[in-house]
Each structure stands twice: as C-alpha cells, then as structure tokens.
Ligand binder design. Structure first.
Ligand code: 5AD
Ligand code: SF4
Length: 437
C-alpha cells in the first residue's frame, strides 16, 4: 500500500455483527478511498466508533469516548459514529457532539465512502436493504471468517432495541453466502462463523423472489460441502426455532461444531411471556436436554437477563433452576437495562437496580461453581484444538470443537493447524495443556 494512504482508526463495540460491519467498513474505505488501518489514534485522519445500543452502558460510553478522541485527534481529523447507536440516536449525536462529521446507521454500512466525503452526512434508515450488496474484502483473522447470513431481526422481544436499529429481517441469498465462505476458506480460513440476529429462521424472507425454498439446516449442509471448510459455527440461534430437523442437522453434520448458543433470557415462563420470547421454560429445557442426550460432548452457552420488570424472587429461582438442570458451559448475564423505543421500558413494575445487582451476583457465583466442576472434568482429556491466535501473553490460543478456549506454548507454525492437546491445567475460563504427538 502506498505512503499516500490516509489513516483510519476504528473502535468496535458490541457483538460479532458489529465486528463484521467494521471489517466491511475497513474494506470499503481501503478500496474506494485509500485508507489503511492504524492503531495509533494520534496519526488517524479518520476516527470511527462502531457503536452498540443494546444496554445503556455502551451508549453513555460512546459520548465519553468520542469526547476523548476529539481532544486527542490530529488537527483536521474527522470523527464518525456508526452502528446501532447511530441508528437509534441519529442526528441527536450531532447535537450532543457537534464535532462529529457523520452518523451512519447499522444498516447503512455500504454508504461509508459517501459518508466520509460529505460534511454532516446522516443516514440511519432501517429499511435500507444491503442484503445483496457485495462489500470489499477485509478480515481481522486469516484463520476464521465471519460470514453474514441475514440482516435485521423480526422478533419483538419487549426488552430489545435491535429491531429499531437493524430493521426487519432479510436473508442474504445463499449463492452469495456460499461464494463468500468458499473464498474465505480458499484463503486459509478453515473455520466459517455464520452471523445473523436469528440464524435459524434463515430463508423466511429474501429481498427478491426465490423459486427454491432453503432453510438454515440446508444452508449448514451446503457450507459443509465446501472441501476447505473444516469447522462451521454460528450465532445466534433462537430457542423457539430449534425444531428436530435443526437439532439433527446440528448433531449429524461433522463439520458443524458442537457448541450451541441458546439465549434463555429467563427461566420463568411468566417472564418469558412478558418478554415475548415465544417459548416456555419447559420447551427450552426439552431442547437443551435433547441436545445433551444427542451429543454427549456438546457445550451450551446462554444469555440471561436478571431483574426484568416484574421478575419476582420465585421467577429468578426458576432461572437458577434451568442453570442447575442444563449446566451451561458459558453464561453471558446482564442486569436488565430499560431501552428507548421498547415495550418493557414502559412497564410499571421496574425493579430496583440493587436487587438486580444482588441477583447477578448470586447467578455468577452459582455459575462459578458449575464451571469449576466442568473444568475439572476436562483434566487429562485430549482435544483437537484449531489454533487461530498468537496472544500478547505469548501463548497460542484456539478452541476445541465444543468451543472451550485452550492456551498452549508452542510454535508459531501451528497457527491455522489443528493440534491435539492434553489438558493439564484446567481453569474456569481457559484450559492449559501440552501437545500430544
Ligand atoms: N437489558 C439487558 N440485557 C439486554 N440484552 C438485550 N437487551 C437487553 C436489555 N434491554 C441482552 C440479551 C441478549 C444480549 C445480546 O443482550 O441477553 O441476548
Ligand atoms: Fe450488536 Fe445488538 Fe449491540 Fe447492535 S445493539 S451492536 S446488534 S449487540
């Protein structure tokens, strides 16, 4: 790349979807406007923050973050705000931070090149359809590739702002997905990570007419046909759409990694009803325990919200009960955060924040005990670990098929290889071990 290139500094908050959107932004700005990445904010010509609005915390963080960037930026450098908070706050961002040059919503990523060239550019339309747009190529990792399979979300979970930031769900045409997966795999990414708000409702709606029906199970099998692809992961599936066909494809396709994210949110059927999740505690348990029975080594992760409006002590106990029965390998737990534009923010039985914190502590301490047992059960076992990262601490890192993080000291040439590792020192969040030849 030439020395005349302009420098881009980009900060990504939020989920994997945002990470992929940032890759698209980097690719577009590189090919169309000759920007190259820098990790040094002071030398950047363009500073971007790709934002998340799922909870209040990342939103307040945004304004303190861009305020700091504005103080430290190079003279003449531009600041742009992208992503979900851009979608939901729109021009309010210009009012609160007048030094911002443009605001680009989560569903408007393809307009990034136009945004950087237009003063006070604002594009936050959540009906904009980018489902068949072909972005430029850029990937953070050589070894694993995120591939979007849909945009938006059709669910109406009463706590969630995402439908207001990413709009309605549209599936990306399967030909484009397969083409992208094939290209990434040919370039060395043996692991393909499929992304969508609701992956297992894939195929419900495309932007054009399609003759052949295709669902998520069909898509998994089609990607499994690509010879260079060794591992397929995906996030997030919805528990409601975990029908038998999906569970069987998941269990039987050897390339599909045996780790399932099942966002529970609450173990109380009454709370689930008020969240409009569409399933009950019993349905969730039925699916999770069926998975455990079908695949002995499966790992199941989940998201949980505590202190949703009206959550009683008994409701919370139901969540703990599901945790006891399922024994999740990983939990992302959050205190309910009222979000603008959502139904639950209007419910009149909001729960005191201190109760939320206490429940979160109880949940975490129970999960720590569960994780200690799971970690110890892995001692002396041998796992095939796909090594995909050299960490700053000098360790090589990778994941087992069922998504446990493993770190090992070894040779850099192992990057991109699957190595058999015997676990000698299992910790709650990471397993340490030695290679076995
Ligand atoms: N408050 C707290 N957590 C939330 N999540 C989504 N909306 C909220 C909210 N208003 C959590 C859910 C979701 C994860 C990405 O974030 O658990 O699965
Ligand atoms: Fe991702 Fe949701 Fe945050 Fe948007 S609001 S970045 S979709 S987690």
């Amino acid at each position: 790349m030439s020395d005349t290139s302009k420098k881009l500094y980009i900060e990504t908050l939020g989920c994997a979807m945002n990470v992929r959107d940032s890759e698209h932004i980097i690719a577009e700005l590189n090919t169309k406007d000759n920007y190259t990445l820098t990790e040094n904010l002071h030398e950047a010509d363009l500073i971007l923050v790709n934002t998340c609005s799922v909870r209040e915390k990342p939103v307040s963080k945004l304004f303190s973050e861009i305020g700091k960037h504005n103080l430290h930026k190079k003279e003449g450098a531009k600041i742009g705000v992208c992503g979900c908070t851009a979608s939901h706050l729109g021009k309010e961002i210009f009012r609160r931070a007048p030094y911002v040059s443009f605001v680009l919503g989560a569903r408007n990523v393809s307009k990034i090149s136009e945004a950087v060239k237009t003063e006070r550019f604002l594009s936050v339309d959540i009906d904009h359809d980018e489902s068949a747009y072909t972005f430029g190529e850029y990937r953070n990792s050589l070894y694993k590739a995120y591939v979007n399979i849909s945009i938006g979300c059709d669910k109406k979970c009463t706590y969630c702002i995402v439908p207001h930031t990413r709009g309605e769900e549209i599936s990306i045409p399967p030909e484009l997905i397969i083409q992208e997966a094939r290209k990434a795999a040919k370039n060395g990414a043996k692991e393909i990570f499929l992304l969508g708000q609701n992956v297992n409702s894939y195929g419900k709606r495309f932007s054009g007419m399609r003759e052949q029906k295709i669902d998520f199970s069909d898509l998994l099998n089609a990607i499994g046909e690509i010879p260079e692809v060794e591992r397929i992961r995906f996030t997030s599936p919805h528990p409601l759409h975990m029908d038998d066909k999906f569970l069987e494809t998941f269990a039987n396709n050897p390339k599909v990694c045996k780790s399932m994210h099942m966002p529970l949110q609450s173990g109380s059927s009454a709370v689930l009803e008020r969240m409009k999740r569409g399933y009950t505690k019993e349905w969730f348990l039925n699916r999770a325990l069926k998975l455990r029975a079908m695949i002995p080594d499966v790992s199941i992760s989940t998201d949980i919200i505590v202190a949703f409006p009206g959550e009683s002590e008994a409701d919370f106990e139901e969540t703990l009960d599901v945790m006891r029965q399922v024994q999740f390998e990983q939990i992302f737990a959050f205190k309910y955060s009222p979000r603008p534009l959502t139904k639950a923010a209007e419910f009149d039985d909001q729960i005191d924040a201190t109760i939320g914190s206490l429940r979160l502590d109880r949940l975490q301490s129970m999960q720590d005990d569960i994780l200690d047992v799971i970690a110890q059960s892995r001692r002396d076992k041998v796992y095939a670990v796909y090594i995909d990262e050299l960490r700053n601490n000098g360790f090589l890192a990778g994941r087992t098929d069922n998504n446990a993080l493993v770190q090992i000291t070894g040779d850099e040439s192992w990057l991109g290889q699957t190595i058999n590792i015997k676990i000698t020192n299992p910790k709650r969040l990471c397993l340490y071990g030695d290679s076995v030849i």
